[in-house]
Write a protein that binds this ligand. Structure first.
Ligand code: ADP
Length: 191
């Protein structure tokens, strides 16, 4: 199995690049944000809970997120590997993911990070709000809070993978195709 974590701040392009990576490598895409949004749409208990955090731009609690993620992994039959998009977002999630993957006799091969500076992120998110319908994209205050949460709670996850020599950062500015090429190159190098 080939398991990758796609990392980066809100608006860095993780969703867009995930699609490219799935196509090329036949991996299963697990976006915790997408799964929460599907639950919100389906009005499940998980959706109701997640919405109260997401609308504020705060993280959904670790235990809820970790359990959901594990269930999603276990649902897949004979997966070739996973792209984890938006997960892990805290060190506790990263540790839980490692422990869980070990029980499945697999591991994370690489964390690929998309590096984009803050002003560009804000512009992108406000633009995305025009068609995403996401309440957390439409409000500059909530966007700022998401970026702050990213800096405080999620950035440390980078060191977690750096310490395992599994971290590669890629410039997230430029054309979608150019960025995909750089991601492919990084992945092909470790395969
Ligand atoms: P973005 O990367 O643009 O913030 P996501 O779809 O990845 O978009 O996440 C949207 C929201 O979903 C987050 O602000 C958070 O509330 C929730 N969420 C997603 N993934 C996680 C996670 N791993 N842990 C906790 N909350 C999460």
């Amino acid at each position: 199995m080939l398991n990758i974590v796609l990392f980066g701040p809100p608006g860095a392009g993780k969703g867009t690049q995930s699609e490219r990576l799935i196509q090329k490598y036949g991996l299963t895409h697990l976006s915790t944000g997408d799964i929460f949004r599907a639950n919100i749409k389906g009005e499940t208990d998980l959706g109701v809970l997640a919405k109260s955090f997401m609308d504020q731009g705060s993280l959904v609690p670790d235990d809820v997120t970790i359990n959901m993620l594990k269930n999603e992994v276990l649902k897949q039959e004979n997966p070739k590997g996973f792209i984890f998009d938006g997960f892990p977002r805290t060190n506790a999630q990263a540790k839980a993911l490692d422990e869980f993957l070990e029980t499945q006799n697999t591991t994370i091969a690489l964390m690929l990070a998309l590096d984009v500076e803050e002003n560009e992120l804000k512009e992108r998110l406000l633009k995305r709000a025009e068609f995403s319908g996401r309440p957390d994209d439409a409000n500059p205050k909530i966007i700022q809070h998401r970026i702050n949460v990213y800096l405080k709670e999620t950035m440390p996850v980078k060191s977690y993978y750096e310490n395992q020599n599994k971290f590669i950062s890629i410039n997230g500015l430029g054309s979608v195709d150019d960025i995909s090429e750089k991601l492919f190159e990084a992945l092909d190098n470790i395969k």
